[in-house]
Ligand binder design. Structure first.
Ligand code: B12
Length: 356
């Protein structure tokens, strides 16, 4: 990510409302059946939808990664299909958006933006489904499916008892995080996205998982303390806290001195914390594509702070698990798929010359 790509991204964002309006006007002229098919108020809804797509496009431009926009549109297609919408309307809307961008924006931003839209249109021509991963991993498969069933049927006590039982049988917390809680939450996300469960169902599951984590953490003992500090947080604007909390817990269980600062941490605070705590590592989480630019800018701010010159920055979250080289585009020192793997990565980056 560069200063220029960040500026191009913001310049697109600054005019996104107008672009969305023009796109919908062109679409309505081209397809007079839209008001009849989508009903009263359709135009305002469509403008909001196109604006939301432009937010993802702005992120793809910031990190110079068309896959970010393609992935977001495939994800959008999945949601539309599950809500009885028509994928050909999405495709037509993207073609009109492309034409508006090409006609109305100056060439530096138009060039990168149309490249991303073309990549998304090509991706939408290919088949793609969001398959459940809940049954994939064979480790603790039955407990995982049972836990998920408890979350979906409001059996909070049973969920807690189940996981604490697994812990008592000797399974390490890090393994329970990776093989039970994380895939269950991912499946909750998939079902929510596909309109199979409500937002309230997701909130219920998330609160149970947070409680389970607190109980597990209280019952576990950390390894011998290492004299090495890590600051762990999710980027400003990102409200997802479970992933980064798991990362923080795993570092702590491994003996690191951890400052867990939760979700939605403003960039200047993150840099200040790394500096003042003399941390060797910043573990940063970004759970949606919408937070990539802020994450990249935070890492750039860390690099620009002379007193943090020694600190390494690692990053993770669902977007980085989907697009393998995304972490590199943001200027991070590394990425790991899971909290347990984050600790191994941290050790490699920071402890190579330090006795552990
Ligand atoms: C719960 C949830 C929420 C809750 C969060 C509440 C809370 N207190 O945390 C709320 C309701 C706030 C929420 C909101 C939104 N969400 Co949400 N959410 C989820 C959900 C279902 C579960 C998240 C979770 O707990 N995961 C479990 C953890 C353990 O997994 P994880 O985050 O992947 O973390 C692991 C690894 O990625 C890695 N890792 C994580 N961080 C780090 C950091 C480092 C340094 C390293 C090395 C590794 C690492 O280690 C972790 C443990 O192994 C996910 C689904 C999913 N697949 O995760 C969607 C999901 C992340 N949300 C999504 C979206 C789109 C949104 C919204 C934009 C929805 C909307 N339209 O409003 C908003 C954004 C709000 C905001 N500003 O942040 C999408 C993101 C899609 C994308 N690619 O952009 C997902 C994937 C759902 C989906 N399938 O569509 N969400």
């Amino acid at each position: 990510m560069t200063k220029k790509s960040s500026q191009l991204s913001r310049s697109l964002e600054a005019v996104s409302k107008a672009l969305a309006r023009w796109t919908v006007e062109r679409h309505a002229t081209d397809d007079p059946s839209l008001p009849r098919r989508y009903g009263a108020g359709w135009q305002a809804d469509w403008v909001a939808n196109v604006e939301a797509r432009l937010a993802y496009l702005a992120q793809a431009i910031a990190v110079r990664c068309p896959d970010v926009f393609s992935s977001s549109m495939l994800w959008n297609r999945d949601a539309i299909t599950r809500r009885d919408g028509r994928v050909d309307d999405l495709q037509a809307s993207l073609r009109h958006l492309r034409a508006v961008i090409a006609d109305e924006l100056p060439s530096p931003v138009a060039r990168v933006a149309t490249e991303c839209v073309d990549a998304a249109l090509a991706a939408l021509d290919q088949p793609h489904t969001l398959d459940s991963i809940a049954a994939d991993d064979t480790r603790h498969r039955n407990v995982r499916l049972h836990y998920l069933e408890c979350l979906l049927s409001s059996k909070r006590h049973e969920a807690i008892t189940l996981v604490l039982g697994l812990s008592r049988s000797g399974v390490p917390v890090t393994e329970i995080y990776t093989s039970v809680l994380e895939p269950a939450q991912a499946e909750i996300g998939r079902m929510w996205h596909r309109n199979e469960i409500s937002i309230a169902d997701e909130h219920y599951a998330t609160s149970v998982t947070q409680e389970v984590m607190s109980r597990l953490r209280a019952n576990s003992t950390a390894a011998k303390r290492r004299d090495v500090r890590v600051v762990a947080a999710a980027v400003g604007g990102d409200f997802h806290e479970i992933g980064i909390r798991m990362v923080a817990d795993c570092f702590e269980l491994d003996g690191w001195d951890v400052a867990y600062l939760g979700a939605n941490l403003p960039a200047f605070e993150a840099v200040r914390e790394v500096r003042e705590r003399k941390a060797s590592l910043l573990a940063l989480s970004a759970s949606t594509f919408l937070h990539l630019r802020d994450a990249g800018e935070l890492i750039a701010a860390l690099r620009a702070e002379p007193e943090c010159a020694h600190a390494k920055a690692i990053i993770g979250g669902p977007p980085f698990n989907l697009i393998p080289d995304l972490w590199h585009k943001l200027g991070a020192d590394g990425h790991a798929r899971t909290a347990a793997a984050a600790v191994e990565l941290g050790k490699r980056l920071v402890l190579q010359n330090v006795r552990s």
